[in-house]
Design a protein around this ligand. Structure first.
Ligand code: MN
Length: 329
């Protein structure tokens, strides 16, 4: 993190009175936790804060203080001294809230994605940080002498969710140290973990059972497919439209199988529209595979949408995988 950038942010926060803080579309624990922590500390210091996010926060984060304050529509009465975007790698990640950037004296971008486009006046981008929450922790320590328990809980949530519970490769000594300090300040690890992870709606567990039952294995055990149809949601007891969060994490059961190199989850959006998520271990580049169907992503996780039904989509993906393996021989 560039310290001069941090110092000018602190000066703006100290001098200013009205702020807007923006989370990214389809928000996760890091963007939400970072926004709530920064809002908490600013409000504790007598500032006015509006929180923005295009989409609703995940249900399992509803326990965090201030979470109901997120709004989608511009507060036209406010004149912001600064708009602060947290965990947003580019303007597109702000979604419908991007317009707010034009409504402030300063724009500030604090993030840890290596792909960050540095779209603001002040950009604090540290790809070495486990999470944006870690950067907000450093900022808060320099801004305020005290740190309240709700702020600590929001920061802890950001770090624990972005590191996958300290399992992912971005889990650094600093992430553990900051988490340890937050626990010293009073964060109840058992309570937070229970609220975030041990709080799964019954229909989601039922859906997991149905989806795992669809497991298909191909190419001598290297490829695993899972299927999610719209009727499975009804079977599991969902009453609302299906959404991505209800199948989140399920593909891991397929990629974690011993010997599997590529897992794909085929989700029926319409009869002739199939959304495909890919996970890979070491042999296949998931983003290259997804790109063959007009999609994209990362080397180990990617996705695409195929305009065909589920069984044809499976055949197309299987064919591409065979081509990719044949190309290697
Ligand atoms: Mn993040």
């Amino acid at each position: 993190m560039k310290s001069d950038g941090l110092l000018s942010v602190i000066e703006i926060l100290k001098k200013g009175r009205q702020f807007a803080i923006v989370a990214h579309v389809m928000p996760d624990g890091d963007t939400i936790g970072s926004c709530l922590a920064l809002m908490g500390v600013l409000k504790e210091n007598g500032k006015y804060v509006d929180l923005y996010c295009q989409d609703n926060p995940p249900d399992n984060l509803k326990f965090l203080q201030g979470i109901h304050e997120f709004r989608k529509n511009m507060n036209v009465d406010a004149e912001y001294d600064a708009v602060i975007c947290l965990d947003c790698s580019d303007e597109a990640r702000l979604g419908e809230c991007a317009g707010i950037l034009g409504n402030a004296a300063h724009t500030i971008n604090i993030d840890h994605h290596i792909s960050n486009s540095k779209y603001a006046d002040i950009n604090i981008v540290d790809p070495g940080a486990s999470s944006t929450a870690e950067l907000i922790y450093s900022l808060i320590k320099k801004f305020s002498n005290t740190i309240s328990l709700p702020v600590c809980e929001a920061l802890y949530t950001g770090i624990v969710t972005d590191t996958g519970g300290f399992e992912f490769s971005n889990t650094t000594p600093a992430a553990h140290r900051i988490a340890a300090e937050l626990v010293e300040y009073g964060v109840d690890v058992d309570r937070i973990t229970r609220l975030i992870y041990k709080n799964i709606p019954l229909e989601k567990v039922r859906l997991l059972g149905i989806v795992l039952n669809s497991l298909e294995i191909y190419m001598d055990g290297k490829v695993a497919f899972l299927t999610v149809t719209r009727s499975m949601y009804q079977q599991a007891g969902f009453t609302t439209d299906n959404n991505d969060s209800s199948t989140e994490g399920m593909i891991n059961f397929a990629i974690d199988i011993n010997g599997v190199e590529c897992a794909a989850m085929f989700k029926q959006i319409e009869n002739n529209i199939t959304k495909v998520g890919f996970r890979t271990k070491t042999e296949i580049d998931a983003s290259a595979l997804a790109a063959r169907f007009g999609g994209g992503g990362h080397a180990r996780a990617a996705g695409c949408t195929i305009e065909d039904d589920i069984s044809s989509s499976k055949n197309l993906v299987l064919e591409e995988l065979k081509n990719m393996y044949d190309g290697k021989v």
